[in-house]
Design a protein around this ligand. Structure first.
Ligand SMILES: [Zn+2]
Length: 386
């Protein structure tokens, strides 16, 4: 997070657990908080006090738990508009931005097309412009916003605030967080976009309350984010979760990463298109054309989607066999063609899962672009924690 002096809101373990539970699960009584955190009721009350004083928590009106159940309880709740968080997702064509409240509710959204120049300096300037526009969307935003999260695809060093590699032209080892922190005055966290989305789903979506959780994106790229012991993991080299580059077919196509037979080399939308072009001999075909052919029953096109589905299902099964997540969320623009390969994903998944691993359900979650920006804003919310 940049600047480095930005302080977390909570540091003591008791405050951290109380705030995290209330953020992710909504209002809870002190008794319930004590039960869930393993703290004593006195410790819960002590932990909540400074957060109430700072306006982050408030007491709801008393409610009786049951007739004759004794003294009514006042559940504690997060005051969601105490602080706001800006999130920006940088995609190949545009920037998508949002302002979220403390429980990741989207309060405003905006987007900006990238210009001809997509180098780091030009994109940084546009990020600053989008942030300004978002903060102007409501008079309460500017005074209550300290954190900005930026999500970008590629190899991101979150701790150093640098984008080591992205498909955008000229993006090699870009000190993005520092540059945007200087131009916006906000503290900035930069993260890989799939990891940011995974963090958002873990705290505020399908993954709430899970210790082991995985999110898989399909479409132009195949990616995944992993949560282990309740923590999003990056791995020692920042590449944990590169499901797209599990090699599943030694005789398969060569991947842009240099390996052979990666899931992404078979199942990305470009890979599917390349397979359909080769099979039909039509070098001018675009992806929509390939989809139309497959939906019209063309055997070669249907086969390319089937092969992609089997590759994705095998990749997810490998992930599940290694990690044993409670559930797996499948998302990304590739869901638009789920009718063409969904059955193959599920068949290959069931066939390759080891025993009880197959209990882990696949949940399909179509997420519009704004949700990726929300993922970026959740990086800011998580920056309140040590
Ligand atoms: Zn690869």
């Amino acid at each position: 997070m940049f600047p480095n002096h930005a302080q977390p809101l909570v540091t003591a373990p008791a405050e951290t657990s109380v705030l995290a539970l209330l953020l992710t699960e909504g209002p809870l009584s002190r008794v319930e908080l004590a039960r869930r955190t393993g703290l004593s009721s006195t410790a819960v009350t002590k932990a909540a006090r400074p957060l109430i004083d700072d306006g982050y928590l408030h007491e709801l009106p008393p409610e009786r738990t049951a007739p004759g159940a004794g003294r009514p309880v006042n559940p504690l709740a997060v005051t969601v508009d105490r602080e706001f968080f800006v999130g920006v997702k940088i995609s190949a064509e545009a920037l998508f931005g949002t302002v979220c409240d403390l429980r990741a509710g989207m309060r405003a959204t905006a987007d900006l097309r990238l210009g001809e120049d997509r180098g780091p300096e030009a994109v940084c300037a546009l990020v600053g412009e989008l942030v300004e526009r978002l903060l102007d969307a409501d008079p309460t935003f500017r005074g209550r916003t300290r954190h900005l999260g930026i999500a970008v695809s590629g190899d991101v060093d979150r701790a150093a605030g640098r984008v080591r590699y992205s498909v955008l032209p000229g993006w090699r080892d870009v000190p993005l967080a520092g540059a945007v922190a200087r131009s916006t005055g906000l503290s900035v966290t930069v993260e890989n976009d799939v990891k940011a989305l995974t963090a958002a789903e873990h705290w505020f979506g399908e993954g709430i309350g899970t210790e082991y959780f995985a999110l898989v994106t399909i479409g132009a790229g195949i990616g995944s984010g992993l949560v282990v012991n309740g923590q999003l993991i990056a791995g020692a080299y920042g590449v944990a979760g590169e499901m797209g580059h599990i090699s599943i077919d030694p005789a398969g196509p060569v991947c842009h990463c240099g390996q052979t037979g990666c899931v992404e080399a078979i199942a990305s939308s470009d890979a599917i298109l390349a397979a359909v072009r080769t099979a039909t001999g039509d070098a001018d075909l675009d992806f929509d054309g390939a989809v139309q052919l497959a939906r019209g029953g063309d055997p070669a096109a249907r086969d390319a989607f089937a092969r992609a589905g089997r590759a994705i299902g095998t990749g997810i099964a490998t992930l599940v066999n290694l990690l044993g997540p409670e559930r797996v969320v499948v998302t990304g623009e590739g869901l638009d063609t789920y009718d063409l390969f969904g059955v193959h994903i599920r068949e290959a998944y069931a066939a390759h899962c080891f025993k009880a691993a197959a209990k882990s359900p696949l949940t399909l979650r179509p997420l519009p672009w704004e949700e990726w920006a929300r993922g970026a804003a959740v990086l800011g919310i998580q920056a309140l924690f040590p």
